[in-house]
Design a protein around this ligand. Structure first.
Ligand code: PLP
Length: 485
């Protein structure tokens, strides 16, 4: 119990108890003081849910969490001791805003694993990849400025875009990511309205939340479009190294750098990377790679935000990257291999469970990597309402689709994380969601007289093709649906 919970006021205070006041009164008291930009601010759906989903009885398929339980505790202790023994003063001191050289070296190594060669002087170490999104908005967005993003988009970027009062235009993805011809049509329209976007925001690999990957022809065309129109692209790539099958695709940064012919530097791509999904979100370290003038502005913006990212965790990451497995392989790459094997199994478990418990009442994506599956239910089901029911009656959570849109769309979709839970919890979690979905489908049938979707399907064996491609309805299907409605 805290002192605020104690009706006696902690037993030591002699002043009379303060009468209770409603939240409305409290709000009014500060309202006039808040900046205008706070009016559009919304809490991230995932952040809100973290407190609910931390209840031990809840199976949460909601978070963006990687599994950190597989990291060897002895190695963690060894690395922390090493930092303490060898670098106490540096670890406890402020560091440079752009990041410590030893950490930048690790970033260059991760980027090389993505076949992307970067100049260390173009790297800014940040407090998570999330800070890159914030700094990009801080550096480029005045209220009303346009950002073009995918639909759905990363739910964690939505509150940031809101906070800077950006006008976000979202382009619906299909199984090959953002359709670039639609992007070009949108850019033409915006141009004709005198509203050129400040940047295009894309998550090309195993998109959060859609699970889709941008095809190579679209990557090439996107880079051409950025160059032709001189628009920046923020390439958000936390998941590129978490590929479970298929061939890796080049980063937008590397494609642009080929064209720029400036020794690996890119002209129009700002690259966002992070240690969160390949190692640990707890170290809160990410990075931006950007053309020098952009880098300088981002650096200035970061100075105002936090001066520098934690030297303690920067040194920890640097110590980790020096570790070698008995075979001589870098320990981080070995750990990455084990994460990929684990997540692949979990993805397959979720796909099987979806076949079994969602059956014909839903469509879902089949990602080749990353952490997420995006499921879409019949459009009369609102997943925000469904979440309340699922949490209350079944103790299971997911991210409702609306949180991935800025304009209220996405109501019948949900994001499911397959990486952070053991296989049996994935199966059980999907079974519980499937149960609430079937109840809703049945209720709709009763109320409207419509044929309810078939009840629970018999277990289906996994189609070997499942893991190949994503099944977002493609554009032709969407268009013919639109025409016929
Ligand atoms: C697409 C995307 N971008 C950025 C982030 C931010 O990650 P972090 O701040 O942990 O590096 C995430 C986290 O889930 C993400 O999925």
């Amino acid at each position: 119990m805290t002192i605020d919970d104690d009706p006696s006021g902690g037993g030591e205070r002699s002043s009379p108890p303060v009468p209770e006041r409603g939240t409305a009164h409290e709000l009014r008291r500060y309202e006039a003081l808040f900046a205008a930009r706070t009016r559009g601010m919304r809490s991230s759906a995932m952040r809100d849910m973290m407190s609910l989903t931390e209840r031990p009885e809840v199976i949460s398929l909601a978070g963006g969490l990687p599994d950190t339980s597989t990291f060897a505790p002895e190695l963690y202790a060894k690395l922390m001791s090493k930092v303490a023994a060898e670098s106490t003063a540096r670890a406890l001191q402020y560091g440079p805003t752009e990041g410590m050289a030893c950490t930048v070296e690790c970033i260059v190594e991760v980027m090389a694993a993505e076949n992307t060669h970067v100049d260390p002087d173009e790297v800014l170490v940040t407090t998570g990849g999330q800070q890159v999104i914030d700094l990009m908005c801080k550096a480029f967005i005045d209220p009303g400025d346009v950002i073009v993003a995918e639909a759905p988009t990363y739910p964690g970027a939505v509150p940031t875009f809101d906070a800077y009062q950006a006008n976000v235009v979202q382009i619906e993805v299909d199984s090959d990511g953002m359709p670039i011809d639609e992007l070009e049509a949108t850019l033409d329209r915006l141009d004709s309205e005198g509203r050129s976007p400040k940047f295009i925001y894309t998550i090309p690999n195993f998109q959060n939340p859609g699970g889709v990957t941008m095809s190579l022809p679209r990557r090439r065309r996107l880079v051409e479009v950025a160059r032709e129109r001189e628009i920046l692209v923020l390439e958000d790539n936390p998941y590129g190294l978490l590929r479970y099958e298929g061939e890796p695709l080049p980063t937008l940064h590397s494609l642009d750098a080929q064209k720029a012919k400036r020794g690996g530097a890119s002209d129009f791509i700002v690259y966002l990377g992070t240690f969160s999904k390949i190692f640990s979100p707890g170290v809160r370290l990410g990075w931006a790679v950007a053309p020098r003038p952009v880098m300088e502005k981002l650096n200035l913006c970061k100075q105002g935000a936090d001066l520098c990212s934690s030297p303690v965790t920067q040194l920890f990451v640097a110590a980790y990257f020096q570790e070698r497995s008995p075979s001589g392989k870098p320990a981080w790459l070995e750990h990455l291999d084990s994460l990929k094997a684990l997540y692949r199994t979990r993805r397959d478990a979720m796909l099987r469970a979806l076949e079994e418990h969602f059956g014909s009442s839903a469509q879902w994506t089949r990602p080749q990597g990353g952490l997420f599956i995006w499921a879409t239910l019949p459009d009369y089901i609102d997943t925000t309402d469904l979440l309340a029911r699922a949490l209350e009656s079944e103790g299971v959570a997911f991210v409702p689709g609306r949180s991935a849109y800025l304009d209220g769309r996405g109501a019948s979709s949900m994001r499911l994380n397959f990486a952070g839970m053991p296989e049996q919890d994935i199966g059980e979690g999907i079974r519980r969601i499937g149960k609430v979905v079937r109840e809703q489908v049945g209720l709709f049938g009763t109320l409207t007289g419509a044929e309810p979707a078939p009840a629970e399907q018999p277990p289906a064996s996994v189609d070997p093709g499942l893991a190949q491609v994503v099944e977002l309805p493609n554009r032709e299907q969407r268009e013919s649906k639109r025409r016929s409605s």
